[in-house]
Every structure is written in structure tokens, then in C-alpha cells.
Ligand binder design. Structure first.
Ligand code: MN
Length: 201
């Protein structure tokens, strides 16, 4: 049973000007597709063949490195696309807004700490907002690891994540990762992120 590429929930230019159409097209149709293809090749003949991607990821230490890298890449990008939407951004509301204020002091301070996690991730990886034991926590992971993986130092249920690999921003922002992260806030689908928060609590 092979995994498939979920449809992008909007078109390539939908997140302009914050994320440009060419970056979206290459990121989805080349990078995400490649993680998927490589994952399907890597799980052939293993017991991962009949499990959900979440089950595989939670037990990733049982599998060879190509499953970790490509299974992570497959899951992370689906999660990333669903975190964003056209005509979105702004600030969270309700219980998530209250939890962010209580954990980080204010939404502005949360953004500063989260952006710092993305900027300071050396090389390629992801920054995350997770729920761990009912509490919100910020951190980052290398490569295509994520906080659901049993091998990850950062643990918890991710409710938001940003891809800080150069392929996510280099065409438009070149070496300016902080500018990419700054623009990315304008794309966030807080309704979706709040649903994840409510499910994770
Ligand atoms: Mn990526």
C-alpha cells in the first residue's frame, strides 16, 4: 500500500507576495513529491507497508534512515501546507490566544521566540510549536525530523511548524531567512492551528 501526495489546499500563487508561486510549485511538486516517492521505495518489504504515516513516525527508531528522512519529509510538508491559507495571518483567538499569552507573555513575545528558533536552527530543519503535557513549547528539529518521532529531543504534538530549509525560501529571500519567517506570519491559518491545539490538549 503506497502513500499518495495530498492535494495542495490552494493554488501556487495563493500565498503571494509572502511565499512566491515558483517556490510553492517547486516545493510541492518536486520536493514533497520526492519525499513521497523515496518513502514509498524505502518501506517496500518492511512492516511499515501497512501502517499509517503517524504510526511509522512515532516508532521511527525501528526503521532505516531513508524512512526517517523521507517519512518525516512527507508528513512535515503536508502539515506545513495545511498550516497556511490565502487571506489569512493576524492573531489566534480564544483558548489558543490565552495559552500563548500565558506561556510566552504575549503574542509578540511568542513570535519573537518562535522566529528565533527558526533562525538559529543550524543548516536545514524545522521550528515547531508543540503541546507537551498540556503546555505549549517552542523548539526545533534537524533535517526532516519532527516532535512526534521517538528519536526527537523536542517532543510533543506539533500544532505549528515552519520549514527553514533553504529550498523553502531561497528563490525569493536568498540568504535572508529572518525575512522569510517574518513574511510567513501573514500566511498562517489560525483556525486550523487552533483546531490542532484543541485536539492536542
Ligand atoms: Mn521543504
Amino acid at each position: 500500500m503506497a502513500f499518495t501526495l495530498p492535494a495542495l489546499p490552494y493554488d501556487y500563487k495563493a500565498l503571494e507576495p509572502h511565499i512566491d508561486a515558483l517556490t510553492m510549485e517547486i516545493h510541492y511538486s518536486k520536493h514533497h513529491q520526492a519525499y513521497l516517492n523515496n518513502l514509498n521505495n524505502a518501506i517496500k518489504g518492511t512492516d511499515a507497508d501497512n501502517q499509517s504515516i503517524e504510526e511509522i513516525i512515532k516508532n521511527i527508531s525501528k526503521y532505516p534512515t531513508p524512512v526517517r528522512n523521507n517519512g518525516g519529509g512527507y508528513w512535515n510538508h503536508t502539515f506545513f501546507w495545511e498550516s497556511m491559507a490565502p487571506d489569512s495571518g493576524g492573531e489566534p483567538k480564544g483558548a489558543l490566544a490565552t495559552a500563548i499569552d500565558s506561556a510566552f507573555g504575549s503574542f509578540a513575545k511568542f513570535k519573537e521566540e518562535f522566529a528565533n528558533a527558526g533562525v538559529t536552527r543550524f543548516g536545514s530543519g524545522w521550528a515547531w510549536l508543540v503541546v507537551n503535557g498540556g503546555a505549549l513549547k517552542i523548539g526545533s528539529t534537524p533535517n526532516q525530523d519532527n516532535p512526534l518521532m521517538d528519536v526527537s529531543d523536542l517532543k510533543g504534538t506539533p500544532i505549528l511548524g515552519i520549514d527553514v530549509w533553504e529550498h523553502a525560501y531561497y528563490l525569493k529571500y536568498q540568504n535572508r531567512r529572518p525575512d522569510y519567517i517574518g513574511a510567513w506570519w501573514n500566511t498562517l491559518n489560525w483556525e486550523q492551528i487552533s483546531r490542532r491545539f484543541n485536539d492536542a490538549k
